[in-house]
Write a protein that binds this ligand. Sequence first.
Ligand SMILES: [Zn+2]
Length: 120
Amino acid sequence: MIELKQHFQIESARFLPHLDSAHPCSRMHGHSFKIILTFKGTVHPKLGWVMDYNDISNVVKPILEKIDHRVLNEVPGLENPTSEMLAKWIYEQVIKKIPLLTEVNVSETAQTECLYRGET
Ligand SMILES: [Zn+2]
């Protein structure tokens, strides 16, 4: 088995509605979210790859267009857009089209990472 990882980035605005008003994340602010998707599969004996990165991009880009340069709170399912909820949202959208998906990693800052593997 081989794991492929592909990196994406979006810029989005959000606020976290359930926090005390003194918390900075309760206010509207933006992040450059770094998103890493992991796919696991077997190598095709002739092509020598698990999957074409271009095919991954062609599936993922339209999904990310729903959340790039937008207010995440306005996207159905992301009313409370923590990195945790965002990772789960992306996972659920992508796995419908690419069953080899195993992980979604979302970083909202250079110092943080949130990893979702599909368990609830
Ligand atoms: Zn934030």
